[in-house]
Design a protein around this ligand. Structure first.
Ligand SMILES: Cc1ncc(COP(=O)(O)O)c(C=O)c1O
Length: 448
């Protein structure tokens, strides 16, 4: 590791949150809070979010990108969003990327400034676009030409000019799971390269549209830098050809997010700091080389900021060995609070939160959830020597866990606590059984 990287730690290269320690009692401590006490106070399953990791992750991006003269870092809310997270990322100086009316509503309720919000989505509804423009001068990332027309009509009705970026399909494929690739030629997100010039021509002719630039996001949990640099070069080529053909110059260039995190020893993502340096240098070079005006550079990390900050705490229930010799350790959560393993075969790392110094087991155990699917497996092979009543911590669960969670098997979603300096504050309350039936309605005829 270079001394520059050491001075700019990037939590996305570590499995555990930055504040994670083991105390004299052998208990895992996160944000100064003993996990056994968190479990006793808030119950399990519990999502723990470490504020220090979020701050360090954001700082790593800021330091890596600091030589770029006009920069906007937006946090991608789809990874994890609630009111407290909106407040925290705003306090830390970031903008916010939202992809639905619900995420926008959360941002509005948190008082997030409209001009620092970017609206994404491949099928934004009239109501979403209307809500966005009504809220203020945010940026809409337009995915297709029918959306462009819809937005122009809405903006015109509201007497506004909508600031937009076009999302393009760059044809770049990072090495990640196919469900989370978005930049390949047959992607559902964005406009094909060969249609862009005509789309830009149309946008420039629309009175209520203010086209400010281009966007391309290549996918998520990518670990290497090359696809990102290729993406920048493709966008710079597009910028040049739009200048030559239409005399249109980009004011903004949004290169998306997608940097991966270290879920297990098999992952080796480039650090957020190094990513920021490499991407910003490439944009500077690419635009200078083509003699183009430097655009504002926008980046949209989600997972790499919140992923390593999250730990899920479970209590071990029944343990058993089946005829094949396989040992199962069942915990009190699973695919409803973390659908990633069953969706993407994601791998995780675990520790015993109440006996963190216990020797590893000789034989592997499979840590499984409590839900009615055989695929509800959290870790296929763990060596934890766990038994009933133990607490298991799963690291790296900050991103796409809370935000993708469900009520499968009518299970209330867990609470979410933010930990910092020995304090634990609830930022999302645990759902109750009552919450589960709150929207149920029984037709009168069943009651007669
Ligand atoms: C347009 C866009 N920007 C940013 C992100 C954030 O990606 P990640 O959480 O991998 O950084 C996504 C997620 O896929 C996305 O679709």
């Amino acid at each position: 590791m270079s001394s520059e990287s050491e001075a700019n730690p990037s939590p996305n290269t570590e499995i555990r949150p930055s504040s994670c320690r083991v105390n004299e009692a052998g208990h895992l401590v996160i944000g100064g809070c003993d996990c056994t006490e968190l479990a006793a106070k808030f119950s399990t399953p519990l999502w723990i979010i470490d504020e220090d990791t979020i701050c360090k992750g954001i700082e790593a991006y800021k330091q890596g990108l600091k030589d770029y003269p006009d920069l906007q870092i937006l946090y991608a809310g789809k990874a994890f969003l609630c009111l407290a997270m909106c407040h925290l990322v705003h306090k830390l100086g970031l903008g916010l990327d939202v992809v639905s009316e619900g995420e926008l509503y959360t941002a509005i309720k948190a008082g997030f400034p409209a001009e620092k919000i970017c609206m994404h989505g491949n099928n934004k509804s009239e109501s979403e676009l209307n809500a966005g423009l009504q809220y203020g001068d945010l940026v809409v990332v337009v995915d297709n030409l029918s959306e462009l027309e819809m937005l122009n009509a809405i903006a015109s009705k509201l007497g506004k000019r909508a600031r937009i970026l076009f999302r393009v399909i760059p044809g770049v494929e990072p090495d990640t799971h196919h469900h989370i690739k978005t930049g390949q030629h047959d992607s559902k997100f964005g406009i094909s390269l060969d249609e862009l010039e005509s789309a830009v021509r149309q946008a420039l002719a629309l009175p209520s549209i203010d086209l400010i630039g281009l966007h391309a996001h290549i996918g998520s949990q990518a670990q290497e830098i090359e696809p990102y640099l290729e993406n920048v070069d493709i966008l710079a080529d597009l910028a040049q050809s739009l200048k030559n053909s239409l005399n249109f110059e980009l004011r903004c260039l949004d290169v998306g997010g997608g940097l991966g995190i270290k879920y297990s020893s098999e992952d080796n993502p480039i650090s957020a700091y190094a990513w920021g340096q490499a991407v910003s240098r490439r944009v500077l070079e690419a635009f200078h080389k083509r003699d183009l005006r430097l655009p504002r550079l926008m980046v949209e990390p989600g997972r790499s900021i919140i992923g390593p900050a999250g730990v899920t705490l479970y209590t071990v229930g029944h343990c058993k060995q089946v005829a094949s010799g396989k040992k199962f350790v069942s915990v009190d959560g699973g695919m409803a609070d973390n659908p990633r393993p069953i969706t993407y075969q994601s791998r995780y790392t675990a520790a015993l939160a109440n006996r963190a110094n216990a020797p590893a087991a000789k034989d592997p155990q499979t840590i499984v959830g409590r839900y009615c699917e055989s695929g509800d497996i959290i870790i296929k092979e763990a060596y934890l020597a766990a038994s009933a009543g133990d607490l298991i911590a799963i690291f790296g669960t900050g991103a796409y866990n809370f935000s993708m969670a469900s009520n499968y098997n009518r299970s209330p979603r867990p609470a979410c606590v933010l930990v910092a300096d020995g304090n634990a504050e609830i930022i999302v309350e645990r759902e109750s059984n009552e919450d589960l039936i709150r929207k149920d309605r029984v037709p009168d005829r069943f009651l007669r």
